[in-house]
Design a protein around this ligand. Structure first.
Ligand SMILES: [Zn+2]
Ligand SMILES: [Zn+2]
Length: 297
């Protein structure tokens, strides 16, 4: 029995004709040089140390806010979106404060949702996989294990199910049936110089994204590390499916990035403090440029 070939990663996640034939001309000696923008669309505040670390430092009495982002990868004549955020309805259901819908943040940044052809969904948690119905021309890149996890027996458990929205997961199921999902298993390529890598841990099919830029490969860690400190201190965020995989995930992220300043945590407000602002209309930060503070020892 043969499933439609395009929905599997054995084509490296590339659609025929989706690679820009001109991309070779854009190749620098360092490889492909993409731009990456973190778009912040919400913030959760205040928080306690127990919300940010499974076992907090007993001396810590305060805790960082939690910022919510989607990420735009730009280059080779295309825009690739990483994650889709949540909408006002979901924000209300979870008592979160939404600054603006990520789709509107993109529009304010000059990117219409209809022009997005590839959306990488790092995992299916509510804050990463809402708005899946707002990208009519996109393919969705997802790990096999995330789809299995989010639709399987673990979802009978309230604690494991809590970060998921059945509406979001159902929309993704509809995209599977509509042949709009490219499944990856482990490592996969979305475009030349843009690859996905399963790390699991926080969610069973969590994947990180490695992007070639002029300053070297930058790794969008998503929830493999909510904060710089989760990875730097080897201290898990409390929402976790498999702690062992999470610990391995930090190693994978470090290896893929190759430098402590080239991994980007998924929810850390420090990102907005150390990366250059890229818009006066929306909270956008240029991750392909050097940060103002270094974590190199
Ligand atoms: Zn998550
Ligand atoms: Zn998250």
């Amino acid at each position: 029995m043969h499933a439609p070939r395009l929905t599997f990663a054995d084509d490296n996640g590339l659609l025929p004709g989706s690679a820009n034939p001109n991309i070779q001309e854009k190749v620098t000696p360092m490889g492909n040089a993409y731009e990456i923008y973190a778009l912040r669309y919400a913030t959760m505040s205040p928080r306690t140390p127990h919300l940010n670390f499974l076992i907090p430092d007993p001396h810590e009495t305060t805790a960082q806010d939690l910022d919510y982002f989607v990420w735009l990868i730009r280059g080779g004549g295309r825009d690739i979106l990483v994650d889709t955020g949540f909408n006002a309805e979901e924000a209300k259901a979870r008592a979160r404060k939404l600054t603006l819908n990520p789709v509107d943040a993109l529009a304010n940044f000059g990117v219409a949702a209809e022009t997005i052809r590839d959306v990488i969904v790092t995992h299916l948690h509510y804050d990463h996989a809402g708005n899946l119905d707002r990208f009519p021309n996109a393919r969705f890149h997802l790990q096999d294990r995330e789809m299995s996890y989010a639709t399987g027996r673990c979802m009978c458990n309230g604690m494991l199910r809590h970060p998921f929205s059945v509406e979001h997961v159902t929309t993704m199921v509809r995209h599977v049936y509509g042949e709009r999902v490219t499944f990856h298993s482990g490592d996969g390529e979305v475009a030349p110089g843009v690859s996905v890598h399963r790390v699991g841990g926080h969610s069973d099919g969590l994947q990180v994204v490695r992007v070639e830029t002029a300053r070297g490969p930058v790794v969008l860690a998503s929830d493999a590390a909510h904060y710089y400190a989760n990875l730097q201190k080897r201290s898990p965020f409390p929402i976790v499916y498999n702690v062992g995989d999470m610990a391995q995930g930090w190693e994978i992220v470090e290896r893929l990035a190759g430098h402590p300043d080239r991994f980007i945590p998924g929810h850390d407000p420090i990102v907005s403090e150390i990366y250059p602002r890229a818009s006066d209309k929306v909270d956008a930060f240029a991750l392909h440029l050097a940060p103002s503070r270094s974590f190199a020892k």
